[in-house]
Design a protein. Sequence first.
Length: 143
Amino acid sequence: MKSEVRIDKWLWAVRLFKTRSQAAEACKKGKILIKNSAVKPSRMIKIGDVICIKRNPVLFSFEVLALSENRMNAKLVPNFMRNVTTPDQLELAEFGRLAAASGRERGSGRPTKKERRDLDSFFEPVFVDENGDWDFEDEEPDI
């Protein structure tokens, strides 16, 4: 068994990224941190390292439990890493999921005329005079 593995291979192997090139790209963009410093894709990691992944606005943290260069079955992933993300960051991620779920479904296209009117009536204030009617002609214009 190896004592060290490249970080881009390990991130791909434990299924944190779909492809190794995506893992390497995240490293190059400074989204992968070890001890609060950005790492290159060629950085060697060992058992016990804590790897942080920035996925705005959340900072996910994972502890390395075992090393592998080969992609594994999802059922085996808990043997190789442990999620040590802080509760405040998990709460922030949950708020992001809730906010995304409250909007329109992605790919559903433009709103229909009825949906647009409903949105407009929700966001635009309705102006009614103190009598509760819509007749504004008896007011004097402000000059």
